[in-house]
Design a protein. Structure first.
Length: 320
């Protein structure tokens, strides 16, 4: 089993603390075997007080971090000094020093401040809660902060946006480790979506539209029904009964990305499904997912998934 260790700092926020065990404990292999073992520790093995006022008791201290293959740090309401000065308290720094080189390290929400203060995000892309993004960037100018996404996967260091984005990130890790079939089973067991479209932009406070105001939801559904053929912005705007400019603006406000970016991601997801579940050749998958040419599929697939379609199929093809 892959060993995951969650570090609960004083003032830990309960919801985010529970995300790793809830998601990873749900991940079961084809033969019913558990795929992850999740352990929670504190710096000294003593209980910590959560942000909700109750005590969290654990059985492990920070030496558990030395045995981890993945370390997850949830946010804490007691991170004020880190946020203010950009430096870690000595006990936290000492605890993090026990993490072995090459260990995958994950932050949820504002725990990104911990990783940044430890120097783990220097010259790397990262995200945090949108409310903190501007301050985070000022405090840690070497971090390439992206405030618009739900999470950032930079290989061995991953960061997520606020609260439920930690669910998105943990599901992404299951998908990355074991493929979409396992991740989808986890999402169904936890009654959460396997993938949320868009980024944080859709959650930033804006005036609530009037009930009669048009949205792009019907057109998005139509795009998925016709994903195997090329579509133009003018065609999409016509379907939504609006101008191209208005459609593009509404789409970005609702989804957090342009129609073209969203459609490419949906096509990549279609291709992933076909690569996992069928023996169709790459050119047919490119055609069925709307990319047309295999070269276009390979380019976009590698950009989003990180590997070529062929490598992905060898890793995740479901055999019966």
């Amino acid at each position: 089993m892959h060993r995951v260790v969650v570090l609960a700092l004083d003032g830990v926020i309960p919801f985010e603390l529970g995300i790793p065990s809830r998601i990873f404990d749900e991940a079961i292999g084809a033969d019913g075997e558990r795929l992850y073992a999740v352990t929670t520790c504190t710096i000294d093995g003593l209980p910590v007080t959560s942000s909700a006022g109750f005590t969290v008791g654990v059985q492990h201290d920070a030496w558990a971090l030395a045995e981890a293959e993945t370390v997850v740090i949830p946010p804490s309401a007691a991170l004020g000094p880190v946020r203010e000065h950009g430096r870690l308290p000595e006990p936290v720094a000492e605890a993090l020093s026990r993490i072995r080189p090459g260990t995958r390290v994950v932050s949820i929400c504002t725990a990104s401040y911990v990783l940044a203060a430890a120097g783990l995000l220097d010259d790397r892309p990262a995200t945090t809660h949108w409310r903190e993004a501007e301050h985070f960037q000022r405090t840690f100018p070497r971090v390439r902060t992206d405030p618009g996404v739900l999470f950032v996967d930079d290989g061995d260091v991953l960061t997520s946006a606020g609260a439920a984005a930690g669910v998105d990130l943990c599901l992404h890790l299951v998908r990355r480790d074991h493929g979409s079939e396992v991740a989808n089973r986890v999402s169904r067991g936890c009654v959460v979506p396997p993938w949320r479209d868009g980024g944080q932009a859709q959650y930033i406070n804006r005036p609530t539209p009037e009930p009669s105001q048009a949205t792009t939801a019907d057109t998005r559904a139509w795009m998925l029904e016709h994903i195997d053929r090329p579509v133009t912005l003018a065609e999409l705007a016509d379907h939504a009964r609006t101008s191209v400019r208005t459609f593009t603006r509404r789409f970005r406000e609702e989804v957090g990305m342009t129609p073209g970016q969203w459609l490419i991601r949906q096509r990549v997801e279609r291709a992933r499904h076909l690569l996992e579940s069928s023996d169709l050749p790459i050119d047919q998958i490119a055609d069925s997912s709307g990319f047309g040419a295999p070269s276009s599929l390979r380019e976009h697939f590698r950009a989003i998934v990180g590997v070529s379609p062929a490598v992905y199929r060898r890793t995740f093809r479901t055999r019966t």
